[in-house]
Design a protein around this ligand. Structure first.
Ligand code: BGC
Length: 796
């Protein structure tokens, strides 16, 4: 906004009463702010998140939106233009949904591969993170929607996320963890920053005056809004004085009347409140929520948006190994065995607040069908069943036993067994959240199931409390699952689940799930979901059937990985081994058919002790709604554009920073700047940072320094057009630091010169109280990954 409009914002501020001002500083509800007619301010709407705008609701009634590839996939493209396009498309979709503020991107770093939100962050490297984030933010904001860079700062893992104190030395903070935020503010001019739950160096981030006011707003000149992470504001004065501008969610919170009183008593100066309001008005002006201030014209979501999502997913796919099996040729395949848990339950996204409901997810089977047509036979076998949670009970399988309507009946009961109220629910989604009145002691879900097969049926219950499954003629089965209460996010986003099994013949059976909700939580809400799985063979039978199918096929395509329950907010992972018997499945299929491709469908690194066994190994990430099409495209010849944005370890014991467990509430970043590829010992790496194959081969010819940039000439030495990501690392006495990168495309035989602009900070380090140039000469190593650097050049 031009600076002359600042006077106009001040005029509007002056028209507001103290009560109106303070009312604006806490959400009117979970996602919107209070409109202020006297200031011409509409209700600003905020929405998650990093894989696409979800809208202003959460849970079962979430409207369909666009589901983008996971941020790890976007970072894997090493492509600022792809990041800008992603941001712009999300901005366009947000405008359609009436969203002013998108709660993305997440720029915390991959400090430990166990981090639950790893898939939602970009990289272990601050420079790659910053480059992707800056381009993404520019894209979002070009659509007139605010980006919110989060979580400021030190929220690189989830264990005790509400309270841990990240102890980070000043140089490490500046050079590593603050660097992407600084780039977002100074280079991209981001309009909002989210203050994290955790503390840094002894101060919780929503009260961290030094980082919010001195560094962010002072040194970096941030003129946007600092919003709390949801429920992260836990005090009145300390947060108000530290530089927090907006406490979310509302309508309750630590500000409201308490802040009005603090201002009236002189404990919080009026100027502090005015500054916050002014920032929100500025945000509104930027996002079209202030009447009389023209909004940026809303870009249309293009008709071919699905093709673009597919291209983005291809661009992030990383071909880790290829013995020449890929690309496959459709004309040579008559029988294809599609195998693995993720072939049957394809994971298009991770879990948590980033979750988006797409209209449709293209599965790998659909993707393969599009390529292969109806001619080839495709057999599908899960083989193993590693999922902690079952898929939602299909509405068509259940009916309300009283009305016969498809769905289930939910009754709220008192201690005496009386029914306070009853409602009809669609079991195909979970119910979120259910507000519990004092008198309600039990919830009962009643359903008439129409079973199409006889055998052992599985029914799972999601949520906390004591759960009883009642099937006529069978003993009641009881299970209790409780959760810690201080993180409502954990309660609602990662609820526990238990699977009951019962035997029944095909036909109708009336079942009841009785729930005594956990009541000792700080929130009078609960959440319920039902899952179901039909009868199947024993684990041994299912595994053997998958291996048999592989043996009989022209090619076996195995999809293993994780899902939105395993990689999710509020929980770090317990280990890096793929869940269940997936390793065994891969090994047996590879032994049965040498023409086996393994596709790993996961947002974060997992161990692959069998990595040398398949004919080819492709990493698809969580590739978004068009992911199944993108996987098939790459298998059949689309150039896999991706390079690893994070190191893939060979073993858990070789991971330099594995634990995310605070000790007595403290998470000590004692390793300093030595995370990721800067810390791994060579033998402990399975696939290095920056690694990824192309379908062609490349020769690195020369590198020269010209005007502060490096010009690198490479030649496509293969017989197909391809894309290469040229990477430059500063060699600091044997230790590498990414200094810049550039992607290029070349036809067979063609030589192309890429220009890598070196980031201005590359040659500087934080020295006590400011940035200082390090001593030259500087040695740059150039190549195709952090472990394959054939060219060297020196800057004097
Ligand atoms: C997450 C944020 C998210 C917010 C709103 C929090 O639990 O940490 O990333 O934007 O919820 O859903």
């Amino acid at each position: 906004m031009p600076s002359s409009d600042e006077a106009e914002l001040s005029r509007r501020l002056a028209a507001m009463t103290l009560k109106e001002k303070v009312a604006l500083l806490t959400g009117a509800d979970a996602w919107t702010l209070t409109p202020v007619a006297s200031a011409g301010l509409a209700a600003l709407a905020l929405s998650d998140g990093p894989v696409g705008p979800r809208g202003t609701s959460f849970g079962g009634d979430t409207p369909a939106s666009l589901l983008f590839p996971s941020p790890t996939s976007l970072a894997a493209a090493w492509d600022e233009e792809a990041a800008r396009e992603t941001g712009r498309l999300m901005g366009a979709r947000a405008r359609e949904m009436g969203i002013h503020v998108l709660l993305a991107p997440t720029v915390n770093l991959h400090r430990s591969p166990l981090g639950g939100r790893h898939f939602e962050c970009y990289s272990e490297d601050p420079l790659l993170t910053a480059r992707v984030a800056v381009a993404f933010i520019r894209g979002v904001q070009s659509a007139g929607v605010a980006a919110t860079v989060k979580h400021f700062v030190g929220n690189d893992s989830e264990t005790e996320r509400m309270t841990y104190d990240a102890r980070i030395g000043e140089a490490t903070l500046r050079e590593v963890y603050l660097a992407p935020f600084e780039a977002a503010v100074r280079e991209a001019g981001v309009w909002a920053v989210m203050a994290a739950y955790n503390s840094v160096n002894g101060r919780t981030m929503t009260e961290n005056h030094r980082l919010l006011t001195d560094v962010l707003k002072g040194e970096w000149g941030f003129d946007g809004v600092v919003v709390s992470d949801w429920t992260a504001a836990r005090s009145t004065e300390a947060t108000a004085l530290a530089g927090l501008d907006l406490a979310m969610p509302g309508p309750d919170g630590p500000w409201g009347d308490a802040l009005v009183a603090a201002v009236e008593d002189g404990r919080v100066p009026m100027a502090a409140v005015d500054d916050k309001v002014l920032r929100i008005l500025r945000l509104a002006a930027r996002t079209g929520a202030l009447d009389g201030v023209a909004a940026v014209p809303a870009p249309a979501v293009p008709d071919d948006v699905r093709d673009r999502l597919r291209a983005l997913a291809i661009g992030g796919s990383v071909l880790l190994r290829n013995d020449g099996l890929l690309p496959l040729r459709a004309t040579e395949l008559r029988r294809v065995a599609l195998i693995g848990p993720n072939a049957v339950r394809f994971a298009a996204q991770g879990g948590g607040s980033a979750h988006v409901t797409p209209e449709h997810v293209v599965t790998p089977l659909e993707g393969l069908r599009r390529v292969l047509g109806e001619e080839a036979e495709i057999t599908v076998h899960a083989g193993v069943f590693p999922h902690a949670k079952l898929l939602p009970l299909p509405a068509g399988l259940a009916a309300d036993p009283e009305t016969g309507q498809p769905g289930v009946r939910l009754e709220y009961r008192t201690a005496g067994g009386g029914v306070v109220t009853a409602e009809h629910r669609d079991p195909a989604t979970w119910w979120f959240p259910i507000v519990l009145a004092e008198e309600v002691t039990e919830l009962a879900v009643r359903a008439r199931l129409t079973l199409t097969e006889s055998g052992l049926h599985r029914l799972s219950v999601l949520g906390t409390g004591q759960h009883t499954l009642r099937v006529p003629g069978q003993d009641d089965q009881v299970h209790e699952q409780l959760q810690d209460g201080d993180d409502i996010g954990a309660l609602l986003l990662s609820p526990p689940s238990h699977t009951f099994a019962f035997t029944a013949d095909a036909g109708q059976v009336d079942v009841e799930v009785l729930i005594s909700p956990q009541r000792n939580l700080p929130y009078p809400v609960t959440l319920v979901g039902l899952g179901y799985a039909p009868p199947r063979g024993t684990d041994e039978e299912e595994l053997a059937a998958a291996v048999e199918a592989a043996r009989a096929a022209d090619v076996a395509i195995v999809l293993v990985g994780s899902d939105a329950d395993t990689e999710t907010e509020s929980l770090d992972r317990a280990g890096l081994a793929l869940p269940g018997r997936q390793d065994e499945l891969v090994r047996q299929v590879c032994a049965a058919n040498p023409r086996t491709v393994v596709v790993v469908n996961a947002g974060a690194p997992w161990l692959m002790p069998w990595a040398r066994e398949p004919g080819a190994l492709l990493w698809s990430w969580f590739p978004g709604q068009e992911g199944g099409a993108a996987v098939a495209d790459v298998l059949f010849g689309a150039e896999p554009g991706g390079r690893l944005p994070t190191t893939f370890p060979a073993t858990e014991s070789g991971v330099p920073i594995l634990s995310t467990q605070p000790v007595d509430g403290v998470l000590d970043y004692a390793e300093g700047d030595r995370i990721g590829y800067r810390a791994y010992r060579p033998g402990s790496v399975l696939f290095p940072f920056g690694h990824g194959l192309s379908y062609t081969t490349w020769e690195y010819l020369r590198a020269v320094v010209v005007d502060g940039a490096v010009e690198v000439t490479v030649r496509n030495a293969g017989d197909r057009p391809g894309r290469e990501v040229v990477q430059a690392y500063l060699d600091e006495g044997g230790e590498l630091r990414l200094a810049g990168f550039a992607a290029l495309e070349a036809a067979p035989g063609q030589s192309v010169t890429a220009r890598i602009d070196l980031a201005p900070r590359t040659l500087s380090r934080w020295a006590g109280d400011g940035w200082a140039r390090t001593d030259g000469p500087y040695v740059l190593r150039i190549g195709r990954s952090s472990a394959d650097l054939p060219l060297t050049c020196t800057i004097d």
